[in-house]
Design a protein around this ligand. Structure first.
Ligand SMILES: Cc1cc2nc3c(=O)[nH]c(=O)nc-3n(C[C@H](O)[C@H](O)[C@H](O)COP(=O)(O)OP(=O)(O)OC[C@H]3O[C@@H](n4cnc5c(N)ncnc54)[C@H](O)[C@@H]3O)c2cc1C
Ligand code: FES
Length: 260
């Protein structure tokens, strides 16, 4: 798929929770087709310590307005600079990068996002819902401040929430939510978030015989398959997370203990 380097105009920057920003960006050219799970490499200008572009998932796409949205959590200098962008500023993106989630065959699917790992699940829920499937989205976080825009997912899905401190939704880890009590009804499970969370979800899916795709967030540099710093070990050898991923079927990932 062709990649583009485009300038985008910042139309909105909303701080949706402390340290989490949604940026709505209008492309100055016609947007290409973008699929759920793909990401962009963002140029961070005026940050002396940030030389490399930063990978951020595509949160939403509006082809009518010719905009994309990004959900950014501030964790360091690069994301702090991106989150400080103001309306009217310009942001340069290399996109759409990586592969994408696959469309499920069955009717009911479960999407699980932990923390900012929920970002690719909005476009995915919209996409799957538009194909007539029943979507359940499970959003997990440490506290209520990590549960970002659940109402957006509710447009396309039934939404469940877990927080580790019990400040919103069910208290506990995502895998303790009741959605997992009757997991056999799902034909596909998708997950993105911290590795331990994805591995736990992958384990439940595998034991139940349900296909499961995860989106890995390995550290990246080039984003285009050249530097090999984002390698994931798979059953067919090393693969780049930026080009061959970020989405992998868990049956293809080595070193994921799915038996426990
Ligand atoms: C495919 C992909 C999609 C992503 N999508 C999003 C998204 O939609 N929204 C979002 O906010 N973030 C996303 N990330 C993570 C984001 O790229 C990093 O948080 C960002 O690059 C950190 O840059 P920084 O300069 O702010 O922090 P740095 O100064 O580079 O790092 C700050 C701290 O964050 C850690 N860190 C950096 N990158 C990662 C990572 N990939 N995973 C875990 N820890 C990391 C560093 O080890 C360090 O401890 C994604 C990453 C990948 C690979
Ligand atoms: S980030 Fe360079 S090969 Fe993936």
């Amino acid at each position: 798929m062709t990649k583009f380097i485009h300038d985008f105009k910042v139309l909105q920057n909303r701080e949706v929770s402390k340290g989490y920003h949604v940026l709505v960006l209008q492309c100055l050219q016609q947007l290409p087709a973008i699929f759920p799970g793909q990401f962009a490499q963002l140029l961070v200008e005026n940050s002396p310590s940030t030389y490399l572009r930063r990978p951020i998932s595509i949160y939403d796409v509006d082809p009518v307005e010719n905009t994309i949205s990004l959900l950014v959590k501030v964790v360091g200098s690069g994301t702090a600079h991106i989150s400080a962008l103001q309306e009217g500023n310009t942001l340069n993106l290399v996109y759409p990068l990586g592969n994408s989630f696959s469309l499920p065959e069955g009717k009911k699917v479960l999407l699980v996002g932990g923390g900012v790992g929920i970002a690719p699940m909005l476009l995915l829920s919209k996409f799957i819902h538009s194909h007539g499937k029943e979507v359940s989205v499970l959003i997990g976080g440490r506290t209520s401040a990590d549960i970002i825009e659940p109402d957006q997912y509710a447009k396309y899905a039934t939404v469940g929430i877990t927080t580790e401190d019990g400040s919103l939704g069910h208290k506990g880890l995502v895998t303790t939510h009741s959605y997992f009590d009757s997991v056999g009804k799902y034909s596909m499970i998708y997950a993105c978030g911290p590795d331990p969370m994805m591995k736990a979800v992958a384990g439940i899916a595998t034991r139940a015989g349900i296909p499961c795709e995860v989106s890995l967030e390995n550290l990246m540099a080039c984003g285009i398959g050249a530097c090999l710093c984002c390698i994931a070990e798979t059953t067919s050898g090393n693969k780049t997370t930026c080009v061959d991923g970020p989405v992998f079927n868990v049956k293809d990932l080595s070193g994921w203990d799915r038996s426990k």
